[in-house]
Design a protein around this ligand. Sequence first.
Ligand code: OGA
Ligand code: NI
Length: 198
Amino acid sequence: MVERLQGDEGDEMTILPLIETNEQYAQNLIPVADKLLGWLSRGLGLEDGEMKQGLGGEDLTYMLKINYYPPCPCPDLALGVAPHTDMSAITILVPNEVQGLQVFKDDHWYDVAYIPNALIIHIGDQVQILSNGKYKSVYHRTTVNKDKTRMSWPMFLEPPLEFEVGPIPKLISQDNPPKYKTKKFKDYVYCKLNKLSQ
Ligand code: OGA
Ligand code: NI
């Protein structure tokens, strides 16, 4: 369904419902994700497609979440999202211009600078597992703002729920034994949400 509206300047604007916009956005992210996963594979001495293959190949799912953080009268006492790592393989996030995302490194929380039109990429838990710990999923949180509403649109790239994810066998050797169990993504999600050991 496409709706056409008259813009302020008399020009015709096309308004797409959220579902279609989301689908188009996901379609446009496929080559971006392929490149990112290709580079991550190369960084481990693998062929370009191996990381994606370890995540379900063409069945990789793209799940959009919309975060809405209204102004908070006491920003020092509250967080937008508590510290966590994403369960996804990678997360591709677009924020609005209000500062809020922070990442943890060397015992410090660092603000992630807002760069117009830039995508923020998080390494998630599934890439950490595939790489047997070589790539670390990023620990991050969000703060809230006293006067401004912050929004962000993360797209979580995840294996299908029934797909088994574990360290890529080629990376495993006697000197580098598997650090993670191989398990269905749905079981990983269940354990993480219920704070059970993996
Ligand atoms: C998340 C998240 C960060 C942000 O939704 O998992 O970390 O910038 N969001 O809103
Ligand atoms: Ni997150």
